[in-house]
Design a protein around this ligand. Structure first.
Ligand SMILES: Cc1cc2nc3c(=O)[nH]c(=O)nc-3n(C[C@H](O)[C@H](O)[C@H](O)COP(=O)(O)OP(=O)(O)OC[C@H]3O[C@@H](n4cnc5c(N)ncnc54)[C@H](O)[C@@H]3O)c2cc1C
Length: 494
């Protein structure tokens, strides 16, 4: 397409394809603005598949790609691997008839599908959600084969809506990372740290296949890696980027986050520059984190073990509600602080990572324990009579299976009756970005015209389309492994 020199110079200065489209109204116009053609690039290394990000999505993509024989590399910008997957609570939702039957829980892939879609107000992509819920049990079995050790049983994680969460024996995400890095070693997949991917290179800015990535090393050295078959971007979410998150939801600028500091979404714009579409960027989830700094301190799962009270010692919400509903209720409290209350069985019932996090919160003043409810009330400074009345009323609801606040009988199982008692001090923190780069049900990145970008795949929290407006607890870990695995397989095979 012919384009005048002045106009071309102006578009070049604008720097992005988005700007070019805005000016010319035609995708093809932006093609002619490509500054650097792939032909002009000297490739430092060549692989079949390049994976960006070493969290759950990235590592499962890499191992799956290598399982098909593809020569694969993982690039990680931080000096430690694992991203949010390293610090995750680890709850993994998947239908599991064998474990669920033991507890008398009825479940099906259809139910997981419906709850995921409905729990996100039907704003997820049904095709993608169908694929995710159908393949989650396979991904769970695959992880076991890779060496991840799961604790027996299932439970309902906070905001999980149904007891289908699995968790690892090792705390946080370390069980997942240990097994998958061992698989990387076995398959000869290098995991390069301090390798910050600045952009993905496409044959032309808005057309053709993706061919490689530009990497910035420590000290600013630039390198280019070529991908013969495909690139999987699994670069996580942007909860730790106050500027980006408040661009989509200005209320969130000042809040703390539960996330690792690399969750900054710095590849969203570069992918948009080569045509990738985004979905649901303003769907951002909050989670109660420790009041002092927002970090995850457990105490909120399994839901069956805990109640939440306010500064007055009263329960104010059914604790098994959707996460956005609980977040709204906490933020509506005058202090914006809630106190999860557990007894010793609830404390012992926390998953390993969550309990470790809770134990660590004592010194920050976000966790408390006392032999009686009277003494606990004194420590958290709520009226003791009210706290005891709330606990009694809840225990009665467990007996009658009828909760005045509407908690599901599924999670009216354990009374709070045996000391010592425990409390947390929590407020809402930015936890999960449910939107991101749009993918189809094969994990291929699609452009703003709904066409796939050849060779480009994405998975995990970097993408949007699974969770809609509200993520069901336990679905992110399941998603990152399930869709990560699919992205790796497809990138290697296509
Ligand atoms: C405290 C906490 C508890 C959680 N608990 C649960 C839970 O129990 N169940 C559940 O379902 N979900 C949970 N979640 C959410 C879930 O853990 C995450 O959504 C999931 O782990 C994300 O995995 P990922 O692979 O997509 O991203 P990550 O694990 O964040 O990995 C992305 C990686 O990409 C790297 N990266 C980013 N940009 C670049 C770049 N430009 N170049 C190179 N590398 C880059 C990052 O540094 C990071 O290492 C929790 C999250 C947190 C923070």
């Amino acid at each position: 397409m012919a384009i005048s020199a002045t106009r071309r110079t102006f578009i070049k200065a604008a720097g992005t394809a988005a700007a070019a489209i805005a000016l010319c109204g035609r995708a093809e116009a932006a093609e002619s603005t490509t500054k650097e053609t792939p032909e002009g690039i000297t490739w430092d290394k060549t692989f079949d598949v390049i994976v960006v990000g070493s969290g759950g999505a990235g590592l499962s993509a890499a191992v799956s790609a290598a399982e098909t024989g593809a020569k694969t590399v993982v690039l990680e910008k931080m000096s430690v691997i694992g991203g949010n997957t390293r610090i995750t609570g680890g709850a993994f939702n998947a239908v599991d008839p064998e474990e669920q039957k033991k507890k008398g829980i009825e479940d099906s892939v259809e139910k997981h599908f419906e709850q995921t879609l409905k729990g996100g107000d039907y704003r997820g992509n049904p095709d993608l959600v169908r694929e995710f819920t159908k393949r989650a049990p396979e991904a769970l079995a695959w992880l076991k084969k890779c060496g991840v050790e799961f604790a027996p049983g299932v439970y309902q994680v906070y905001g999980g809506l149904w007891p289908r969460a699995h968790n690892t024996v090792m705390p946080f995400g370390t069980g997942y990372l240990k097994a998958l890095t061992e698989q990387c070693r076995k398959h000869g997949i290098p995991i390069e740290k301090n390798a910050h991917v600045l952009r993905v290179i496409r044959e032309h800015q808005l057309s053709g296949k993706v061919v490689g990535v530009t990497i910035e090393r420590e000290g600013g050295r630039i390198e280019h890696y070529r991908a013969n078959r495909g690139i999987v971007v699994a670069a996580g979410g942007f909860s730790a980027n106050p500027v980006l998150r408040s661009k989509f939801d200005p209320r969130l600028r000042e809040l703390h986050t539960t996330n690792h500091k690399g969750a900054t979404g710095d590849l969203v714009a570069p992918l948009e520059d080569i045509g990738a579409n985004t979905v649901g960027m303003d769907f951002i989830q909050l989670l109660p984190g420790g009041a002092s700094d927002g970090r995850f301190i457990g105490a909120i799962s399994p839901v069956e073990n805990v109640i939440f009270v306010n500064k007055n010692g009263d329960r104010f919400i059914a604790e098994d509600q959707r996460r956005d509903v609980v977040a709204g209720a906490v933020l509506a409290l005058p202090t914006k602080i809630c106190y999860p209350i557990l007894d010793v069985n609830g404390y012992n019932g926390m998953k390993t990572g969550a309990r470790k996090a809770f134990d660590g919160a004592f010194k920050k003043g976000d966790a408390f324990t006392a032999p009686t409810l009277d003494e606990l009330a004194l420590k958290i400074q709520v009226p003791a009579e009210n706290l005891k009345r709330s606990v009694e009323a809840y225990n009665k609801a467990v007996d009658t299976k009828k909760d005045p606040l509407g908690r599901n009988p599924n999670v009216l199982i354990h009374k709070i009756e045996k000391g010592p008692f425990y409390a947390g001090r929590l407020t809402m923190a930015v936890h999960h970005t449910m939107g991101g780069i749009e993918i189809d049900k094969r994990a291929q990145v699609v452009d703003r015209y709904g066409k796939v970008i050849p060779g480009l795949y994405a998975a995990g929290e970097f993408t949007g389309g699974v969770h809609g407006t509200n993520r069901v607890g336990g679905n992110a870990v399941a998603e990152c492994f399930t869709i990560g695995r699919m992205a790796g397989q497809n990138a290697a095979r296509d």
